[in-house]
Write a protein that binds this ligand. Structure first.
Ligand SMILES: Nc1ncnc2c1ncn2[C@@H]1O[C@H](COP(=O)(O)OP(=O)(O)O)[C@@H](O)[C@H]1O
Ligand SMILES: [Mg+2]
Length: 410
């Protein structure tokens, strides 16, 4: 009999994908076996409401009513309705017939010296080659960041210094953080991710010392990149909502460190990312600080196909056509496409569970997933249009404006 955990996960999966009749019927089957007949009945009628002639559903309905009539089935404890779909529990259930769906290649955080101060990305398996498409962005990172770091002598010979940092901005889920991980992969030990949230949470009283230590470590390991993700967390608007004077101190400490680091030409490069550049403290964007902006837009057709391939690479798949998925996902972010792939996998896995044998992810699963998932960047572009229209007097957002015009979004 299926464990409570599996039933919980399936229930959560059904809640997240209410259209997935097969998945729901599998849950009904397990619920009847477990004796939760009324619950089974509820799901059974939901399935029949979607597909009144579904033979399996009708069969299950019969089993429900029979069980209710004999009163033989004891009621089991209620399921927890809001549990997240737990892949590991479900995978365990089918471990003998299906390989692991995920291999975690994420960057690791080093324990030990210096680790308490900020996240040190020791190893990132992602390199720029893993970032699909985005040629223009990659080239700018190569020229402004990677090239100079790989050739410090050249930098000295040309008397070029590391003054000024790069700020990546764009809609959520389009690869800014992922690009930073790729830069980390390219640079190995010379990449430091600074957790702004950590600095804010743990060091509010002593942020100068915390930041000084971070920059110190960076200088000792130069040439290197310091990466600040979601820098809008330091912005004025957020400040208004929280302890703004404390935040001010952090921002000032950061500004002071940035100014010294970049003016002393000691090979500390700074990189930052945000979904909301308009919320970033303007002081952070002045010359010598994060003064160059790079727009990271939605993935193009080619990138979308590659993202599909990448996301399904380690899963059992059959006759998936990435180009066709790419064609139908214009406007989707990388994260949206990853979500489509996850959902398709989930549907195939539910079918595998039902059948008791591996059933690879097929285009029909992707089609079903595409019916459920809408692109998520709409609201971001609404804001972006307004910014370009009313707040681009100084040309800060020209790259974004050109993008919107090219895409006929303005
Ligand atoms: N160009 C891309 N190539 C491959 N994967 C991508 C790309 N863009 C986005 N993704 C996927 O989308 C996920 C979310 O991207 P992320 O970097 O977190 O977005 P952002 O930081 O811009 O909000 C990534 O983990 C990655 O799986
Ligand atoms: Mg991010």
């Amino acid at each position: 009999m299926a464990s409570d955990a599996v039933i919980r996960e399936l229930t959560a999966a059904v809640q997240r994908s209410p259209e997935a009749v097969e998945l729901r019927l599998h849950l009904v089957d397990l619920l009847i076996q477990q004796g939760s007949v009324t619950e089974a009945l509820t799901h059974c009628s939901a399935a029949l409401a979607q597909d009144a002639s579904n033979a399996a559903a009708l069969n299950l309905l019969q089993r429900c009513t029979a069980a209710l009539a004999t009163g033989s089935a004891p009621e089991a404890p209620a399921v927890r309705p809001n549990a997240e779909f737990n892949w590991s529990a479900a995978e365990e259930e089918v471990s003998d017939i299906i390989g692991p769906a995920f291999v975690d290649g994420a960057a690791e955080t080093v324990d030990g010296e210096g680790a308490a101060d900020f996240d040190v990305v020791r190893r990132s398996d992602v390199t720029l080659a893993d970032v699909a498409g985005m040629e223009a962005v990659k080239q700018r990172l190569e020229v402004s960041l990677l090239g100079p770091i790989r050739n410090p002598e050249l930098m000295r010979a040309y008397k070029v210094n590391a003054r000024g940092g790069l700020l990546m901005y764009g809609p959520p889920g389009c690869g800014k953080t992922y690009l930073a991980r790729a830069v980390a992969g390219e640079l190995g030990a010379n990449f430091y991710a600074v957790g702004i949230a950590d600095v804010l949470q743990h060091w509010l009283g002593d942020s100068e010392r915390a930041l000084a230590r971070i920059f110190d470590t960076a200088r000792r390991n130069a040439p290197c990149v310091l990466f600040f993700d979601e820098v809008d967390a330091l912005g004025q608007r957020r400040a208004a909502l929280s302890n703004s004077s404390g935040l001010r101190v952090v921002v000032n400490a950061l500004l002071a460190e940035l100014d010294t680091a970049t003016s002393s030409n000691d090979g500390v490069y700074v990189l930052a990312a945000t979904n909301m550049p308009w919320d970033v403290d303007p002081a952070l964007r002045r010359p010598g600080r994060f003064d160059r902006m790079i727009f990271v837009g939605l993935p193009d057709t080619e990138a979308r196909a590659a993202i599909v391939r990448m996301n399904l690479r380690d899963r059992p798949v059959e006759r998936i056509d990435p180009a066709s998925v790419a064609k139908r996902t214009d406007g989707f972010s990388g994260a949206d496409i990853a979500h489509v792939c996850d959902t398709a996998t989930q549907l195939a896995m539910a079918a595998s569970l039902r059948a008791g044998e591996v059933r690879p992810v097929r285009m029909s699963d992707v089609d079903a997933a595409l019916l459920q998932i809408r692109p998520s960047a709409g609201p971001w572009f609404d804001t972006a249009r307004n910014v370009v229209e009313f707040a681009n007097g100084d040309g800060t957002y020209d790259e974004l404006a050109n993008y919107l015009r090219r895409k006929k979004m303005r």
